[in-house]
Design a binder for this molecule. Structure first.
Ligand code: ZN
Length: 136
């Protein structure tokens, strides 16, 4: 896969505004973008930490993936996203290695990135996202 860096860490929270306060007031990071990702039924807030972002995820629908995650596991780290090139090729590679895919082809995620998830059953419990910035 040769990811260049961890693109972001996705963290499920119950309340975006309250959690933003922690990241800003305690950690001293700056929320530079808030975005509705309708497709995934979440509202997201972004912070930069070096090359990596923190992506806070608040569910906008209890039946959405984050709503269900919080109900089952509570708040906390939801996924780790690796920045890759040629995401289609990398997905094929993962599949060839026997990894179960959540997305067999990339879709549009927050910030206009092409994203695809690998299933946590195949990745030792960590929901893993691949993302490619094709706009750079
Ligand atoms: Zn993500």
């Amino acid at each position: 896969m040769n990811p260049s860096h961890i693109e972001h860490i996705g963290i499920a929270v119950k309340n975006l505004d309250e959690s933003i306060k922690y990241y800003e007031d305690v950690l001293g990071l700056e929320c530079y973008n808030i975005e509705d990702v309708k497709d995934q039924k979440v509202k997201t807030a972004f912070f930069k930490v070096g090359d990596t972002k923190i992506e806070l995820l608040e569910s906008t629908d209890p039946e959405g993936p984050i709503g269900k995650f919080i109900e089952k596991k509570g708040e906390g780290i939801h996924h780790i996203a690796f920045a890759v090139d040629n995401i289609e090729e990398k997905l094929k590679h993962a599949e060839e290695k026997g990894v179960r895919l959540v997305d067999s082809s990339p879709r549009k995620g927050a910030e206009g990135l092409d994203i695809a998830f690998l299933h946590p059953k195949s990745t030792f419990g960590v929901l893993t996202e691949l993302c490619e910035n094709k706009n750079k």
